[in-house]
Design a protein around this ligand. Structure first.
Ligand SMILES: Cc1ncc(COP(=O)(O)O)c(C=O)c1O
Length: 359
């Protein structure tokens, strides 16, 4: 039996109950799930494609792949061949299965950041490999490392890795023949810093060899419910993933492919959504700082990474008494034990309630 980590969210339940008892209701900032509507253009595209009796293409339609390549070029200065784009059924699915799809095996180590989205660890375990959280690649011994995850902007910290840092990771990995998978699901949400893709020429020197970038539409386009993302980068690696995914039936539904194409071609809705998050972030940030929290990193993405100097569970408890639910930092690694993660994804009404309660 593969040993999976305990599902940590159950530990929040008692604090959720306290927060729910607040006379004005709970303000749940513990998870980063979108709450604003799916943009109309995207809903129309989904509806227009609903008569979809045949099997969809695992590789995605040519229009979808062209839209993904177009968006990367337009917004992020990255050039990829549409042939090297592969849709995934939400990026959590790819994160969890990438080590398996790449034939990572027992005895291998899958590397990911010390403070990280828990699914990198899960993916290593599903492949029978060893999950290994470290921010110090150079301290690793000479063993075979098939796969290294990076995540900028980071969940949970909102930290952005500069191009120079990412370039060092790429150089380190290329020396050893390791694949670098870059989870870029918050790349369009830079506030005080502009995130850069692993596939940008300033990082990779113009070659995508050994590199994969993973992109999600969940946050940019409020499509978490549609399960829409894609992976791109090294054409040989993408071809390998495509081959396995074809055999395994890992296919994005046709109507979602159509909706995702329109979402990638349209920047107007993404700008509107960005503006909503910017306003919520700024209101929350000011309120938290006035109430005694120190914000660290958090220059991009959908979370504020904060500490008042006490333990993370004490901070969760304190906020729950004001009806505010946040995530304890130790969900993301032991290095988070004095921090909390506050999602900026609640409605304006709930964000205003939090601001009032913190005063
Ligand atoms: C760092 C990171 N990667 C991947 C995902 C998965 O996103 P999705 O499966 O919605 O594309 C999330 C979701 O919050 C995340 O925070």
């Amino acid at each position: 039996m593969i040993k999976l980590p305990d599902f940590p969210w159950d530990r929040l339940t008692p604090y959720k109950e306290v927060a729910q008892a607040h006379p004005d209701g709970i303000a749940d900032l513990s998870i980063g799930t979108p709450v604003d509507s799916v943009p109309d253009v995207v809903r129309h595209a989904l509806a227009a494609a609903s008569d979809s009796p045949g099997y969809p293409q695992t590789h995605g339609t040519p229009a979808l792949r062209a839209a993904a390549a177009g968006w990367l070029a337009r917004q992020h200065g990255v050039t990829v061949d549409p042939e090297a784009v592969l849709p995934v059924i939400g990026t959590k699915e790819l994160v969890a299965w990438l080590p398996t799809l790449l034939d990572v095996r027992a005895g291998d180590r899958v590397i990911f950041p010390e403070l990280a989205y828990p699914t990198y660890d899960v993916g290593a375990r599903l492949a029978g490999a060893e999950p290994f959280a470290t921010d110090g690649l150079v301290a690793l011994g000479p063993e075979r490392v098939p796969l290294v995850w990076v995540n900028s902007p980071s969940n949970p910290t909102g930290r952005v890795l500069p191009a120079g840092h990412l370039a060092k990771v790429v150089a380190w990995a290329r020396e050893r023949g390791a694949i670098v998978a870059s989870d870029e699901c918050y790349i369009g949400l830079g506030w005080e810093e502009q995130p850069v893709s692993i596939l940008h020429p300033d990082v990779c020197g113009g070659s995508h060899e050994g590199l994969l970038a993973v992109h999600s539409l969940s946050k940019r386009s409020n499509l978490a419910g549609y399960r829409a993302g894609f992976v791109t980068g090294d054409p040989d690696l993408v071809a390998r993933l495509l081959e396995v995914r074809k055999h395994a039936g890992m296919i994005m539904p046709g109507p979602v492919q159509a909706a995702m194409t329109v979402a990638l071609d349209d920047d107007a809705h993404a700008e509107e959504q960005r503006a909503r998050y910017a306003a919520r972030r700024s209101a929350l940030r000011t309120a938290l700082v006035s109430a005694g929290w120190r914000i660290e990193y958090s220059t991009a993405g959908l979370y504020l990474w904060a500490s008042d100097g006490s333990g993370c569970w004490e901070q969760v408890r304190r906020l729950s008494e004001s009806g505010i639910l946040v995530a304890p930092g130790d969900f993301y690694g032991v290095a988070g034990k004095q921090h909390i993660r506050i999602a900026i994804t609640a409605t304006d009404e709930r964000i205003n309630a939090v601001v009032r309660r913190l005063q």
